[in-house]
Ligand binder design. Structure first.
Ligand code: XLS
Ligand code: NI
Ligand code: NI
Length: 455
């Protein structure tokens, strides 16, 4: 079971510090460093994703795979290939030194000719995963079922016009929910990649919404039946592969859940690039999910602001991530969730070690952003001005309005009597932008030797 696929990386990636010249060492990420009362590893809860990192060959719409992934070769025997893939994946997770991984059923085991064969393939892989988990310290952040690759799902899974497809998807999710439970997963994810439409000409929106709601209540019901204690997470995305996906963004999903009395059963797995595709900032999606009571976990990739598709790049912007992490930390941090690297290498990154460089750089970006976010919390950089901005709602007028004791007519009377006379106030956006930057820059300075001012 032990594997030497990533032979160039001879030992576990450790902390080298910001000035280390070793690219196979972390510059910032220190798992044991205490950050706001928790180990950095427990604040970030980082997961490697098997789909993009081990099951995607580096293909694009115009070209075949470019990566060196022998288990994906068409000539490989599917069962041996599945084992080789898992062995390499756990070698990677172990050498990277992160606590979690995440996978789809189809990432670890091929579909067979019959459902029974598919199930047997999956069970064999899960046995192997279990052994790897016992051998390493890797834990499962989430499991999920691939309800989008097979042609049967071309018109959707739960929202398919054919109830037989709904039933097939139900069987697959039941199985993966049980697998996730068996592997003590912290969450179960549902990404409805094909739950949407290509054209409204053949689509009954009301019917498809009802089908999706029914599916999600069956999943929640089964979770309770088997005693799975992890969280159920829905991952919003506005489009791709469908023209329009029903789980458009955080607010849309929360509205859907509330309409169907499912809000207590589901939380959100937010993906940075999906926020970009929905025309939002990632910061917006995180803040919305928290405000609506649905925050769960994060797919921390990034998009390309010039492209309209999911480029799923590894994260590299501290400025953007610091604001999102600030919201998370200020709201108490992750519970069952974490940061998973649902990210892809670029197609030209063909060396095996590129997968390490991508993760190390991404993880250091997260660690640096975490330090900046904590610095903002500790300095009350945003909380204090926000509180001050709304302070009048704690006064007599604000309380009276919110308690329901004032009508429109009451308020008009008071305005007409000259008792109420609002004055414009500054929103202080530029001041706040500057304050945030000062905290981000202060985190950079904190490691530099003190210099004397020039005379
Ligand atoms: C695709 C999604 C997918 C989900 C899991 O865009 O991000 O990777 O995270 O099915
Ligand atoms: Ni995505
Ligand atoms: Ni994702």
């Amino acid at each position: 079971m032990s594997s030497d696929f990533f032979a160039e990386v001879r030992k576990r990636v450790g902390y080298g510090g910001p000035d280390s010249s070793d690219p196979l060492a972390y510059a910032v990420y220190q798992p044991d460093r205490l950050v706001m009362g928790k180990r950095m590893e427990d604040q970030l809860r980082i997961a490697v994703c098997l789909w993009h990192s081990f099951n995607w060959p580096g293909s694009d719409v115009f070209g075949v795979g470019t990566f060196d992934r022998p288990w994906l070769a068409p000539s490989a025997d599917p069962k041996t290939a599945a084992q080789a893939k898992l062995d390499a994946a756990f070698e990677f997770i172990d050498k990277l030194g992160v606590p979690f991984f995440a996978f789809h059923d189809r990432d670890v085991a091929p579909e067979g000719r019959t459902y029974a064969e598919t199930r047997a393939n999956l069970d064999a892989s899960v046995d192997r995963i279990e052994k790897h988990m016992a051998r390493t310290r890797a834990r499962l952040l989430w499991g999920t079922a691939n309800l989008f690759s097979h042609p049967r799902y071309a018109a959707g899974a739960a929202t398919n016009p054919d109830p037989a497809v709904f039933a097939y998807a139900a069987a697959q999710v039941k199985t993966m929910l049980e697998v996730t439970h068996r592997l003590k997963g912290a969450n179960y994810v549902l990404w409805g990649g094909r739950e949407g439409y290509e054209t409204l000409l053949n689509t009954d929106l009301a019917r498809e919404e009802a089908q999706l709601a029914r599916f999600l209540s069956m999943v929640a019901e089964h979770k309770h039946r088997i005693g799975f204690s992890g969280a159920l997470l829905i991952e919003p995305k506005p489009q791709e592969p469908t023209k329009h996906q029903y789980d458009y963004d955080a607010a849309t999903v929360m509205g859907f859940l509330q309409r169907h009395d499912l809000a207590s059963e589901y939380r959100l797995n937010l993906e940075a690039n999906h926020a970009t595709l929905a025309g939002h900032s990632f910061h917006h999606e995180v803040a919305s999910a928290i405000a609506l009571g649905g925050f769960g976990s994060i797919d921390v990739n990034r998009g390309d602001y010039q492209n309209g598709w999911d480029t799923d790049q590894f994260p590299n912007s501290v400025d953007e991530l610091a604001l999102a992490i600030h919201e998370i930390i200020a709201a108490g941090g992750f519970t069952s969730g974490g940061f998973n690297f649902d990210a892809k290498l670029r197609r030209q990154s063909v060396s095996r070690t590129d997968l390490f460089h991508a993760h190390i750089a991404g993880i250091d970006t997260l660690a640096r952003a975490l330090l900046a976010a904590v610095d903002m919390v500790e300095h009350d950089t945003l909380a204090a001005p926000r509180k001050k901005r709304y302070a009048d709602w704690s006064n007599e007028l604000g309380k009276a309005i919110l308690s329901g004791s004032q009508t429109l007519a009451d308020l008009e009377r008071r305005v007409a009597a000259g008792e109420i006379e609002p004055l414009p106030r500054s929103g202080q956006q530029e001041l706040l932008e500057g304050s945030v930057n000062r905290r981000i820059w202060a985190v950079d300075r904190s490691r530099e030797p003190a210099t004397k001012p020039a005379r």
